[in-house]
Design a protein around this ligand. Sequence first.
Ligand SMILES: [Zn+2]
Length: 281
Amino acid sequence: MIVTFYGVRGSMPAVGAEFTKYGGNTACVHIELTDGTDIVLDSGTGIVPLGEKLAQKDTPIHLLLTHNHWDHIQGFPFFRPAYQQGRQIQITPGLTEPKQDTAILEQMSATWFPISYQQLSADIRFSYLNGQDNWKIGSANISRTKINHPGGGSAYLIEDNGIKLAYITDNELAPPYPQETSYNEWLSFLQSVDLLIHDAQYAEQDMPFKHGWGHSVIEQTVELACQAKVKQCALYSHDISRTDQHIDRQLIAIDQYLTEHEEFEIDIFAAAEGMVIELNG
Ligand SMILES: [Zn+2]
């Protein structure tokens, strides 16, 4: 399994010299399975440069959406494969509440966008899965569970050739509203996970103002990753106010914490645009 980060930012793109190290594009991760199948996690602005690469192929693309907040769908109208004649794009919508399964296409209608989704040349299909939470894509077994986030959504587990990756973004680990997935349920969801990609949008100074906005504080994510005993954890969905310098400072604090807690054998880092991780079974 080869994992490439194309967008790691939450809420909206971050532009400027202070965001060049970790990148400014919104949510998008590309997974190449061992059998060559392409899975795309979310369709933020990071999907635009990924689309230029995928447009060189003609095989099906499997797009798994967590939910429909703008930063997870806004890149799709600029995704080149959507304009390729007959290119198969299989979209799995997030478990949102209310259900708005085709929102990613509907943003290309009325007064929101100059080209309507009916003008797209690709063969775009939706997977509704009939309420199933486990299914197969290529050589991988996929499962999903609900995130704790205003408007709801999905977290995904991808298991391919003995390797497990969990993608859990826009998830609030300690929300003031009723939880869809409890802390203990996250711990079981993350059993034997090799790479956890988890929301770490907020810092302590953002609280209590942003409590309930649907994201986790960095320290909460570090704690979950350590407790779940995942091998690697990529902090994801960086806030637009977190500059490269801020993120570097946070990583130093995490390194210090891990040095003081040798019982946790874990590699924690900040997801960065362009970062490639090869996971072998
Ligand atoms: Zn969101």
